[in-house]
Design a protein around this ligand. Structure first.
Ligand code: ZN
Length: 446
């Protein structure tokens, strides 16, 4: 089985790709529109330079070659969502080509190209014979990332997409607003011919749509039938794909170069733009540089890049093992509360761990003070609250983070904690409560 994806990402510009209309949520249909994005005769597109910058950053992140010049094309087709009867996109000179991107840092996925294009409008069917069209979306800048068919299973496609989205968000600062800004066309072939499932939204749906196609195509081939090259859509409610039309060939679109925009020389811009380290690369680097396992590194980075930075600062101030222990323990435990309070300077944490390492304070004291600092609570309060069952377990886990590691391999590792707490509470709590609380708190930290 071969799977290739075409991923559409909305670029986080303030205005549309070729006009000053805002990209924010519109108050009503057809309110964020102007003669340019409505394709009125005589209206001329003007390039939004920020979209080109974002496109180049993504091209670099994907290891693509950015050529010195790039240009746009008109993709001609007739459909009500496409008000000009052509979509401005890129055809024979995309922003980036021939990239390489590694799934989990290991499996190479070839990137065919990344180009920029405008989004069409939105059609809303009302009854059998009528439709309404909203052009607020037309002209919204998109980057389209096309992969080679290098993915092997629906689950792998989902994993790839998840990693890609995290890296894209980090590279061009897209706020984490769920998966609504990502749409995906999925190409899948079990035999020779492939089908395309258009416009699937969300990771889970990508996996569901591909799994459905895998079963459908396999059954069809086994029964002696033939898979036809076609475009299908995914019905989210029923979990099935439905044939929409015969797949059109690129030649059907009658591409011509876009005369109103001309040629863009992006050589200097591409040289000047530097990309930030992607979360995926950061995970691999941290794991290698500090000798910690990849899962732990991934846990730090996916919690937040700032937490991973703090780990590195701690490692520099003390040593890698001390840093790993405190970061996966007390610091991770209080991190959400710290971020909820707006985050900020973490020098206090580094100083506390330094004091612990120098033998000036005990691990329990260090733990209490780090928690108090991150959660913005009084240390006395943290101290007195620590008699609760939860905090007793939490403290044990903070000091013994290896329990979490062991638990991943074998759930019996929880017994160490349970035994400890049973002794401490001396029968004051029911064993069922202790077991429940222990499992819950460990699961929270996995
Ligand atoms: Zn406009």
């Amino acid at each position: 089985m071969k799977i290739g994806l075409e991923v559409h990402v909305q670029l986080p510009t303030k205005s549309k790709l070729f006009c000053p209309c805002p990209t924010t949520d519109a108050p009503a249909p057809n309110t964020h529109v102007c003669p340019v994005c409505l394709g009125f005769p005589g209206a001329r597109p003007m390039m939004n330079g920020k979209a080109i910058e974002y496109g180049i950053l993504l091209a670099k992140m994907l290891g693509c070659t950015v050529r010195d010049t790039t240009w746009f094309a008109r993709k001609i087709y007739f459909y009500p969502d496409n008000v000009k009867n052509f979509q401005i996109t890129q055809y024979d000179r995309p922003l980036g080509e021939k990239g390489m991107y590694y799934l989990n840092g290991k499996k190479p996925i070839r990137i065919t190209r990344i180009h920029i294009e405008e989004d069409p409008g939105k059609i809303k069917r009302v009854g059998d014979l009528s439709s309404l069209i909203d052009y607020n979306r037309s002209g919204i800048p998109l980057a389209e990332i096309v992969t080679e068919p290098d993915l092997s299973t629906p689950a792998e496609a989902r994993e790839f997409l998840g990693q890609l989205i995290r890296d894209i968000r980090h590279t061009i600062d897209i706020p984490d607003d769920g998966e609504r800004s990502i749409r995906c066309d999925c190409n899948i072939s079990v035999g020779i011919e492939r089908c395309e499932v258009k416009n699937v939204t969300g990771l889970k749906n990508v996996e569901r749509a591909l799994t459905y196609e895998l079963v459908r195509q396999t059954k069809l081939l086994k029964a002696g039938g033939k898979v036809v090259r076609e475009t299908r859509r995914f019905d989210e409610e029923r979990g099935v794909t439905i044939s929409v039309r015969k797949k059109e060939l690129e030649a059907d679109y009658g591409y011509i170069d876009e005369p109103d925009l001309g040629i863009f020389n992006v050589k200097e811009l591409a040289e000047r733009l530097k990309i930030k380290e992607s979360p995926q690369n950061m995970t691999l680097r941290i794991s290698k540089e500090y000798g910690i396992d990849e899962r732990t590194a991934k846990q730090f980075v996916s919690t937040s890049v700032e937490l991973a930075h703090l780990f590195e600062e701690l490692a520099a101030a003390t040593d890698a093992e001390t840093a790993r222990m405190w970061t996966s323990g007390a610091v991770s435990a209080g991190w959400k509360a710290f971020e909820a309070r707006g985050g900020g300077d973490t020098a206090e944490v580094i100083s506390l761990v330094g004091k612990f390492r120098a033998g000036e304070i005990t691990d329990t004291e260090c733990n209490i003070r780090i928690r108090a600092f991150l959660t913005g609570t009084d240390t006395d309060e943290v101290r007195s609250g620590s008699s609760d069952l939860d905090s007793m377990i939490g403290e044990y886990l903070d000091v013994n983070p290896s329990v979490i590691e062991d638990y991943r391999k074998n759930e019996k590792a929880a017994n160490r904690v349970i035994g400890h707490v049973m002794k401490q509470t001396g029968g004051a709590c029911s064993s069922a409560d202790i077991v429940d609380a222990t499992k819950r708190l460990i699961e929270e930290r996995l």
